[in-house]
Design a binder for this molecule. Structure first.
Ligand SMILES: Cc1ncc(COP(=O)(O)O)c(C=O)c1O
Length: 393
């Protein structure tokens, strides 16, 4: 179901010129309670203070040594040293997490191959279409839990047909459901990937919403990556768009980890080549902006902004989920993040019906996705009831 989310959002913006009761829950951008997008003042300020030298020149294609060191340190956090004791690590700047995904598909697959994804997912098929790939699905849920049985059975099936397999795991704050894997579920996924030792596995770990997880330790799962064996290369897709709320700047990275130095070096060269042959280089402004937040004082201020946003996003989601529960509106198991999915019978028709009532959301496999990150608490009050009434659920 490849709908154009940006188009739905545009329709919502157009409708809001004529009506003042439009609910635009279509797109994963954080808006403040007063509907302003500048929810991170430290980031907005840092952008305005970038100098010509930090914006205008061409950057290094991979972001340069400082960016690479910084982005690896940011994502691996307190586990950087222990991971580096067991794995080689490199990185390449990309225009958003999207760039990391598109490049990974292009580098590690050939037309006609299948990528391994969950049945409920973000729009990976858009990237797959471009690379002429098919999708091969496993069931995401077994009740309220990750469906390990389906993950194993389906991966075994695909590994019999295809030697090199890209396995995508989107966690924490899975888009579109808001599900987050437990540490044990994540380890079990890694055990299963390790079992496929006759294949070559690319473990694409899409953690675009890493900073929005409400786990006690949002990097503990990353600390388990060194258990992956020689036949696996891990690519972490980092999204600066989501982390810093700079959706239009295009900031991201592919972080490459493997047991073999040779493999990491060769993959790094391929990402650089991929960049040169497609987007050329990630904007200098994005790279420099990211580097600013490695200065301790800036990072501390940013984390304060982030904390505010994060608390608000969680309050919004919890309000929606609580109301839904009270009136018997079914959603997928939700833990944290920007979105939740209301289960409906005919998502393709249902999202259009909602749009007729000026509620703009996105159809997904099995339901309609609401980006609660962009709605105020006031807009969310009563929204589940409206949805239930309109869709007669
Ligand atoms: C699951 C997931 N991964 C990756 C991305 C890519 O984000 P960006 O390219 O804006 O960094 C998104 C954006 O919505 C997403 O939801």
């Amino acid at each position: 179901m490849a709908v154009d989310i940006l188009k739905i959002s545009k329709d919502a913006i157009e409708a809001s010129k004529h009506y003042d009761d439009v609910i635009n829950a279509s797109i994963g951008m954080f808006y403040d309670e007063d509907k302003s997008i500048g929810g991170m003042p430290t980031v907005s300020k840092a952008i305005k203070h970038l100098t010509d030298d930090e914006i205008l020149p061409y950057p290094a294609v991979d972001g340069g040594p400082i960016f690479k060191k910084n982005v690896i340190a940011w994502v691996l956090g307190q586990y950087e040293q222990s991971i580096k004791e067991h794995m080689f690590v490199s990185a390449c700047a990309t225009p958003g997490g999207s760039g990391a995904i598109a490049a990974t598909f292009s580098i590690f697959s050939k037309p006609g191959d299948s990528i391994f994804v969950s049945d409920i997912r973000w729009q990976y098929e858009r990237f797959a279409d471009r690379a002429k790939l098919n999708v091969f699905e496993h069931a995401l849920f077994d009740g309220d839990h990750f469906n390990l049985k389906s993950f194993r059975e389906r991966l075994v099936e695909l590994c019999k047909k295809q030697h090199e397999v890209i396995v995508i795991v989107n966690d924490p704050c899975h888009n579109p459901t808001g599900f987050t894997l437990s540490e044990q579920e994540f380890k079990d996924i890694l055990y299963i990937v390790n079992e496929m030792r006759n294949n070559s596995i690319v473990f694409l770990y899409d953690l675009a919403y890493l900073e929005y997880s409400h786990e006690d330790n949002n990097r503990i799962k990353i600390s388990h990556l060194p258990m992956l064996q020689d036949h696996v290369i891990t690519i972490i897709g980092f999204s600066g768009s989501k982390t810093f709320g700079v959706y239009g700047l295009r900031l991201g990275a592919a972080i490459i980890l493997a047991k073999s130095e040779e493999k990491v070096k060769s993959a790094h060269l391929k990402y650089v080549n991929e960049a040169r042959g497609s987007w050329s280089a990630t904007p200098t402004a994005s790279i420099e902006l990211f580097n600013k937040f490695q200065i301790a004082e800036n990072k501390a201020n940013f984390l304060k902004d982030l904390n505010k946003i994060n608390t608000l996003v969680q309050q919004r989601s919890q309000s929606f989920v609580r109301q839904a529960l009270e009136i018997g509106l079914k959603t997928h198991p939700f833990r944290s993040g920007f979105y939740t999915v209301v289960l409906t019978k005919d998502p393709e028709k249902d999202y259009l019906k909602l749009a007729e009532h000026r509620i703009f959301a996105v159809p997904m496999n099995g339901g309609v996705r609401f980006a609660l990150c962009s709605l105020s608490l006031k807009e969310i009050e009563g929204l589940p009831q409206k949805i239930k009434t309109i869709l007669d659920l």
